[in-house]
Ligand binder design. Structure first.
Ligand code: NDP
Length: 314
């Protein structure tokens, strides 16, 4: 057991080293589809992985809107980057509050007219370490799943029509995987429904999370085949993963020149407030795959799940 843990640590460290090297290779002119007029929005960016994604995107020369639900904290975070010479703007955005979303959209329309990249990073988790409580399930599902959907739906009409396509990147987690070593899902019916991308719909994903919340309310979730650790969080990320595939399918029907590509990624186990600063990667490394995905050169990659700059299975 220890052997296999050591092996996977070795593999991860090697991959992280490769990525550090890849990060030192600058994008060539023909890869850089963006300019300083390209606008990226990052949700929940006052700290952690979101803050890092803002820093890295701005470092690549985009205009980045750092958003935060707490105005003061967000202004302070943006100031740090502005003082470092980065082209970063700030606006308040609480993805759980429809009036905040609406106000944000109005502001974008007025000040920028459009956006090119939306990174859905805002999220909550109330389980730390090996504790597992479903006490905050409603909040976790509302924020991580419904909040993410709400901001996506509000932003799609504001996404710029361009030949290289606009981009949506959802920050999810391997904890939401349906198959493989990290999957703790035992409910075969849920797995089969969420795996079948051809017949997957938003309604199926909504129904899955509603069924989970119903079982939590009734006190029967433990026999529902849901993951037994980080339960509500894992279900929320499973839902965002599935939704990303549905969204990508819908968006792929848009005409050429109006395409929007939607993908998701797992940042790894990252040392942030969410993990109580436990974890095995820094926020900088955790942010990397999201930034790389957002900046993918002119290729139509959509509806996929990534980690450490590689596609992984759902
Ligand atoms: P943090 O807790 O540091 O950051 C979460 C951010 O989301 C905070 O800025 C928080 O704001 C914000 N947020 C929460 N609710 C809302 C809301 N309603 N509206 C707007 N913003 C909100 O954690 P991380 O940086 O680690 O997490 C970032 C993303 O990465 C999350 O989606 C998380 O699930 C995901 N992730 C993290 C992993 C990890 O190991 N850290 C692993 C896999 C995925 P505030 O400061 O006001 O609370």
């Amino acid at each position: 057991m220890v052997g296999s843990k050591e092996k996977s640590k070795e593999k991860r460290d090697k991959r992280l080293q490769e990525i550090s090297l890849l990060r030192t290779i600058p994008y060539s002119d023909h890869q850089r589809w963006w300019t300083s007029e390209t606008v990226a929005v990052v949700t929940g960016a006052n700290r952690g992985i979101g803050f890092e994604m803002v820093r890295q995107l701005a470092g690549h020369g985009l205009t980045v809107i750092l958003t935060s639900r707490d105005e003061n904290v967000g202004v302070e975070a943006a100031k740090i980057l502005q003082e470092g010479g980065f082209n970063v703007d700030f606006h308040r955005l609480d993805i759980l509050d429809s009036s905040s979303i609406q106000e944000f959209c109005e502001w974008i329309k007025e000040k920028y007219g459009f956006i090119d990249v939306l990174i859905n990073n805002a999220g909550v988790n109330y389980n730390v370490g090996s504790d597992n409580s479903v006490e905050f399930s409603h909040m976790v599902i509302s924020t991580n799943y419904y909040g993410t959907k709400n901001i996506i739906n509000a932003m799609i009409p504001l996404m710029r029509h361009a030949c290289q396509g606009a981009r949506i990147v959802n920050v999810t987690s391997r904890l939401g995987r349906l198959k493989g070593r990290h999957s703790k899902l035992e409910n075969e019916d849920v797995r089969a429904k969420l795996m079948d991308v051809d017949s997957l719909t938003e309604e199926i994903v909504d129904k899955t999370v509603s069924e989970f919340l119903k079982q939590v309310e009734e006190g029967t979730w433990e026999s529902g085949g849901w993951p037994h650790s980080f339960t509500d969080y894992s279900v929320s990320k499973m839902a965002v993963n599935a939704y990303t595939r549905v969204l990508a399918k819908e968006l792929s029907e848009r005409p050429e020149g109006e395409k929007i590509y939607a993908n998701c990624f797992c940042p790894g186990w990252v040392k942030t407030a969410m993990t109580g600063y436990a974890g095995n990667v820094s926020a900088e490394d955790g942010a990397d795959t999201g930034v790389w995905l957002a900046l993918l050169p002119d290729q139509a990659i959509t509806g996929k799940f990534f980690a450490e700059r590689r596609e992984i299975s759902f």
